[in-house]
Design a protein around this ligand. Structure first.
Ligand SMILES: *[C@@H]1O[C@H](CO)[C@@H](O)[C@H](O)[C@H]1NC(C)=O
Ligand SMILES: *[C@@H]1O[C@H](CO)[C@@H](O)[C@H](O)[C@H]1NC(C)=O
Ligand SMILES: *[C@@H]1O[C@H](CO)[C@@H](O)[C@H](O)[C@H]1NC(C)=O
Ligand SMILES: *[C@@H]1O[C@H](CO)[C@@H](O)[C@H](O)[C@H]1NC(C)=O
Ligand SMILES: *[C@@H]1O[C@H](CO)[C@@H](O)[C@H](O)[C@H]1NC(C)=O
Ligand SMILES: *[C@@H]1O[C@H](CO)[C@@H](O)[C@H](O)[C@H]1NC(C)=O
Length: 228
């Protein structure tokens, strides 16, 4: 049994060698504050919809689980692993793989007569530069941006928790918090959910949500999900 495992390990190792896909050079573009800068990952909805009556202010609880990780906009994603290592060796950044983090528990106030929901926008630390010495010639000279999450405070995900005030946006009718589902906890967040808070744990289906902000949000989420 052990022998077979060893052999498979060797075969796997040699296959990876044969398919070596790496760029051993990276030249960061320097900015006023050095080669790194702060940026943001796509926003995630972390509350259910708030609908305050015209005569009363209200609050909505927010929190849940956000899955995020390093990102790289390289044209050939099969080079990503190696390129992250190369960039790490040049710029002082550790590219943490995608993980699920609990985020900002609390309550957000909304004024009477308004509706909305709460979003969490993870902060990232990025660098931009050119690749060189790549196994595939066409990658040489490619300008790429590599980002990692801001985990400076004890491995907690740093980010901005903010309200989105809406007028006639379907997201305000969210009956549950999409970041607070079993699915989100397991790393499979979806920007919508259906049913009550309790039922949400068992449903994964996206409801028929529309509206401009959801479109924008999906765009950001797409960008966020092109991580590795
Ligand atoms: C909110 O409440 C105040 C005070 O009761 C009222 O004057 C105002 O019109 C309300 N706003 C909305 C949007 O209903
Ligand atoms: C809602 O909160 C605002 C700001 O705290 C306050 O000025 C307003 O009177 C409150 N409205 C109601 C209806 O309580
Ligand atoms: C998360 O869901 C639980 C019930 O499953 C609920 O008690 C809690 O208030 C929810 N928290 C947030 C922030 O939505
Ligand atoms: C939020 O509350 C839940 C349940 O109480 C907890 O598991 C989670 O760690 C909390 N998240 C943060 C960021 O404090
Ligand atoms: C990656 O993103 C940077 C910064 O936005 C941009 O300048 C560069 O052209 C992008 N590269 C690719 C391959 O998309
Ligand atoms: C993630 O959720 C989608 C639907 O939102 C579902 O089709 C997919 O199977 C889920 N994946 C995992 C790994 O649970």
């Amino acid at each position: 049994m052990l022998t077979i495992q060893l052999i498979s390990a060797f075969v796997l190792a040699s296959c990876q060698q044969a398919l070596a896909k790496s760029c051993s050079g990276f030249t960061a573009i320097d900015r006023p504050n050095g080669p790194t800068y702060t940026s943001i990952d796509g926003p995630r909805v972390i509350s259910k919809g708030a609908n305050c009556p015209a005569t009363q202010n209200c609050t909505v609880p927010h929190g849940g689980y956000v899955t995020a990780g390093r990102t790289l906009n390289i044209s050939d994603p099969s080079y990503a692993d190696s390129v992250f290592k190369t960039i790490s060796s040049v710029v002082e950044l550790e590219f943490v793989e995608t993980k699920t983090y609990p985020v900002s528990n609390g309550t957000m106030g909304f004024e009477n007569g308004t509706s909305g929901y709460v979003i969490f926008t993870p902060y990232t630390i990025c660098t931009t530069g050119r690749l060189s010495d790549c196994d595939a010639g066409e990658l040489n000279g490619e300008l790429v941006e590599a980002c990692t999450l801001d985990l400076r405070s004890e491995g907690r995900l740093e980010g901005l928790t903010s309200p989105v005030i809406t007028v006639g946006d379907d997201l305000e009718t969210l009956t549950c918090n999409p970041a607070n589902t079993t699915q989100a906890k397991n790393g499979n967040y979806s920007s919508s959910c259906t049913g009550s808070e309790e039922e949400a744990d068992h449903t994964g289906a996206a409801s028929a949500l529309g509206g401009m902000s959801l479109l924008l949000l999906s765009g950001s989420l797409l960008v966020a999900l092109v991580g590795f």
